[in-house]
Design a protein around this ligand. Structure first.
Ligand SMILES: NC(=O)c1ccc[n+]([C@@H]2O[C@H](COP(=O)([O-])OP(=O)(O)OC[C@H]3O[C@@H](n4cnc5c(N)ncnc54)[C@H](OP(=O)(O)O)[C@@H]3O)[C@@H](O)[C@H]2O)c1
Length: 332
């Protein structure tokens, strides 16, 4: 069987362009003993993949030029030679950016019975949702009634952070890149205050939204957002450092916040984390999030691109704000 897949043609400079990628046709093997063949239903594009396009040492190895990219995907078993997987089963896998593949069963996670559409397991009930959950509750140690600010508020992680905070009776402030996204946060997700970060100074918004200060700043953006938040934290506030998307395409070193010393007098905790540091909470997270989603306590949006050849456009769109909620590429 043959399928289409996307390779990295060259290392992007600045914001990636479609010319950095190639769409190829590749052979999909039939499974041998212990292997499973999978047809992907949908795949994820995520900001961290930009870091993997750079040749450098990191917590995940860099993508290699000419090789098929990979990343999170949900597929259905099309042929199996392993007793734990049968045709039609939904599996979570790391073989995105391709329509189908054959791999050892040990590389797949069976999703069992789905309580939501498959794509939700790449978003709210998947890696981004779990990032929000552990980042806010474990790293941020949010307490009832506190004030939370989340940047990238209308994205896959940020939109879930705000809603979990609301469930915990926190006051929720969010930033996003367009008026439509701001309206979604306020009108549909119940954020107490949301603003377009292109519209006026971030600090002025924070002073208006949280005159008594912020207890938890969930940082998805870095740079100017982190600097503004540092100036508006309450004593002993926590800053989960989740991402720094404003810097991922920088072609020269970026200036750091010039006010890190605020953390000294206020006794702030700035703590970086990767969602996989909390893999031991994956089962608890899935149960809790499936319940929140099925009860309507948490809602989610997806921006959907159709077809593996559109995956580069979807990925690039993460850096131009083309998505509201989770960016998904459907492959069926
Ligand atoms: N630590 C972890 O384990 C972990 C796991 C998942 C994600 N993350 C991080 O979490 C952050 C959000 O990831 P996500 O998957 O939820 O992506 P996302 O927020 O769904 O998509 C990216 C969004 O970032 C915003 N953005 C792009 N460039 C920006 C800039 N220069 N300044 C401010 N905002 C910008 C855009 O929205 P606007 O229109 O609002 O600008 C865009 O829609 C990223 O930094 C990512 O690396 C970390």
């Amino acid at each position: 069987m043959q399928c289409k897949a996307v390779t990295l043609k060259r290392r992007p400079m600045g914001i990636p362009t479609p010319d950095d990628f190639s769409v190829i046709t590749t052979e999909v093997a039939s499974p041998e003993n212990g292997q499973v063949q999978v047809r992907n239903v949908c795949m994820s594009v995520d900001p961290y993949m930009r870091g993997r396009m750079i040749e450098r040492k990191s917590y995940v190895p860099p993508f290699q030029i000419g090789e098929i990219l990979n990343g999170g995907a949900i597929g259905r078993v099309s042929a199996s030679r392993h007793p734990d997987f049968k045709e039609g089963d939904y599996v979570q896998n790391g073989f995105g950016w391709r329509e189908a593949f054959c791999a050892d069963a040990s590389t797949l996670t069976s999703l069992g019975e789905l309580k939501a559409p498959a794509s939700a397991y790449l978003g709210a009930i998947g890696m981004p949702g779990m990032t929000a959950y552990v980042g806010l509750l474990e790293v941020g140690a949010l307490k009832e009634g506190e004030t939370v600010f989340v940047s990238g508020g209308a994205g896959a992680v940020g939109s879930i952070v705000g809603q979990i905070a609301r469930i915990k009776n926190a006051r929720v402030i969010g930033s996003a890149g367009t008026a439509e996204k701001v309206a979604w946060l306020k009108d549909d997700l119940g954020f107490d205050y949301a603003f377009d970060y292109h519209d006026g100074a971030i600090e002025a918004h924070l002073k208006e939204a949280a005159p008594d200060g912020i207890d938890v700043y969930f940082d998805n953006v870095g740079g100017d957002h982190l600097q503004a938040a540092l100036n508006n934290m309450r004593p002993f506030g926590r800053i989960p450092l989740c991402g720094a998307i404003s810097q991922y395409n920088a072609t020269a070193p970026v200036p750091g916040p010039n006010n890190l010393a605020m953390a000294i007098g206020l006794g702030l905790t700035l703590r970086g984390f990767i969602v996989s540091h909390f893999n031991h909470l994956a089962k608890q997270f899935r149960q809790q999030m499936e319940t929140w989603v099925s009860h309507g306590d948490i809602t989610y949006q997806e921006t959907i691109y159709q077809g593996v050849d559109k995956a580069p456009d979807a990925f690039i769109g993460l850096f131009t704000g083309a998505n509201t909620g989770k960016m998904i590429v459907t492959l069926e």
